[in-house]
Design a protein around this ligand. Structure first.
Ligand code: ATP
Length: 299
């Protein structure tokens, strides 16, 4: 279990991370979110011990993170961190040895993952000669080859096509099942929504939203109603509690302030005898994110 307690870090006058706390249990995927410059990379660097924090405490399974336990951590960075003149095999050897693995083990694991990601034929090819997506696969492989206890994935799906995104997702899910604690960061919130049980949203280093994703979505007051059919658009638009109504493909998307306004919308909709769908949904994480980040900027 990773425990981050009240950590802060300033670069001169910029407070990059401000009193951040969260926990990631074994077998849990945690989302660390924020727009550019929010403090995510600074947080990751403090977790892996690359950067000293000004205050606070970070422990993995109760142990302070130092050189003794970095072998238990895997980090897939947003910026590519591969040595591109090396072949995949050389790269894996280097990373594996840095994580205290023996050669036999590294080669065995490497063969397994190359096969799994359908790139076995490139084992002796230089990284710079690989496509962007295949380089991303190698980045992923070297971050998990030592079976880390804690895995940090910063924009892991960069450069991947949808089939490979699915494959990465399957592997991440398997690592989770095996008990790995995973921190996931992505600007593509639909991915976060699929994966993460808990999350934190940072704005300029400050925590503006934290908690269980299902609860966050449930507690968020605004709801969406999807309606298919002929409706009195203007009448609905003018109802109290209706924030907006727009047509998306052949459906209407009606955003309302609170759950209590559903019945008023329904009253108008049911006047029509041409309705094939009336569905109430929680807002998407994307909407919640935009709202929370927007609010924080207005303060
Ligand atoms: P992105 O999504 O763009 O990667 P981020 O959430 O990872 O952003 P950080 O890179 O942690 O954000 O940056 C947080 C703040 O700290 C920003 O204001 C940034 O300009 C500042 N910062 C980051 N690294 C340094 C540094 N080495 N020196 C000075 N300021 C820094």
């Amino acid at each position: 279990m990773l425990k981050v307690e009240n950590i802060s870090k300033a670069y001169n006058t910029v407070l990059a991370v401000d009193n951040l706390s969260f926990e990631v249990n074994d077998g849990e995927i945690f989302g660390l979110l924020g727009i550019n410059g929010a403090g995510k990379t600074t947080t990751f660097r403090m977790i892996i011990g690359l950067l000293d924090m000004d205050s606070g405490k970070i422990t993995l399974d109760g142990q302070k993170i130092d050189y003794n336990i970095t072998d238990k951590i895997g980090f897939l960075t947003e910026e590519r961190s591969l040595l591109t003149k090396l072949t995949i095999k050389q790269q894996a050897m280097l990373y594996g040895k840095l994580k205290s693995m023996n050669e036999k083990d590294i080669l065995q694991k490497l063969d397994y993952w190359l096969e799994r990601f359908s790139i076995s034929e490139y084992k002796n090819r230089k990284i710079k000669e690989l496509s962007k997506g295949n380089q991303q696969k190698v980045q992923f492989i070297v971050s998990i080859i030592h079976e880390p206890k804690l895995l940090i994935l910063d924009e892991p799906f960069t450069g991947l096509d949808p089939i490979n995104v699915k494959l990465f997702m399957e592997v991440i899910e398997e690592l989770k099942q095996k008990g790995c604690s995973i921190i996931f960061s992505s600007h593509q919130l639909e991915h976060v929504e699929l994966f993460c049980e808990k999350l934190v949203i940072l704005v300029k280093g400050k925590t503006v939203l934290k908690g269980n994703l299902k609860e966050i979505k449930h507690d968020y007051q605004k709801k969406n109603i999807l309606v298919k059919g002929k409706i009195k658009e203007k009448e609905i638009e003018n109802l109290p509690g209706v924030l907006s109504i727009k047509k998306v493909n052949d459906e209407y998307l009606i955003k309302i302030k609170e759950e209590k306004y559903i019945k008023d919308v329904f009253k108008v909709v049911k006047q029509s005898d041409d309705i094939t769908k009336f569905l109430v949904e929680d807002a998407s994480l994307n909407e919640i994110f935009l709202d929370k980040v927007g609010e924080a900027y207005e303060k």
